[in-house]
Design a protein around this ligand. Structure first.
Ligand code: ACO
Length: 153
């Protein structure tokens, strides 16, 4: 198992994985909008198993998680937790972010709570208002990224 993060960089292997991830999102999240940003992916035996696509607002130091899914037969094996830890480490150390916001689907709120997200938003409104899109049906949740914690070994 390895965790990687790529944008649309034109490398064939990366593109195959990104398309695979897009297909997982399309199946798992049928109402997803049609744009993507940066994606942390779980790769096992050269196949994408799941991932998180997020948009880093570097000037505001927060990221918006747009999509998060693990393929059906690989869920509840801990990949979702490890994926989130890789995302936090990458977002902090590469993008310089301090927080995540996401509109969580109702049935995913439990997963996000286990990853340290809360329904209380502590981030000052002027840091995020007007940046993230209001998304019908989701619950806005926040996660503070620890400035020092090693999220991955
Ligand atoms: N509700 C409550 N708890 C959950 C859920 C859930 N839907 N999913 C996982 N958990 C729990 C697990 O039981 C586990 O608890 P434990 O640590 O006490 O054992 C913990 O959360 C982590 O489980 P993982 O195995 O790491 O999670 P998994 O690999 O299954 O990934 C995910 C979780 C991404 C939510 C996956 O189940 C999935 O793809 N679901 C369908 C798509 C979806 O709902 N995505 C989120 C939509 S919201 C958005 O994208 C912004």
């Amino acid at each position: 198992l390895k965790f990687v993060c790529y944008s649309n960089d034109g490398v064939d292997e990366h593109m195959v994985w990104l398309i695979g991830l897009k297909n997982i999102f399309a199946r798992q999240l049928p109402n997803m909008p049609k744009e993507s940003h940066k994606s942390v992916m779980v790769i096992r035996r050269n196949h994408v198993v799941g991932g998180i696509t997020y948009r880093p607002y570097v000037s505001q130091k927060f990221g918006e998680i747009a999509f998060c899914a693990i393929t059906a037969d690989e869920q509840v094996k801990g990949y979702g937790t490890r994926l989130m830890n890789h995302l936090k480490q990458h977002a902090r150390d590469v993008d310089g972010l301090t927080h995540f916001l996401t509109y969580a689907d109702n049935n995913a709120v439990g997963y996000f709570i286990k990853q340290g997200f809360t329904k209380e938003i502590h981030l000052e409104k002027d840091r995020w208002q007007g940046y993230i899109k209001d998304y019908d049906g989701g619950i806005l949740m926040e996660c503070k990224i620890d400035p020092k914690l090693p999220y991955i070994d």
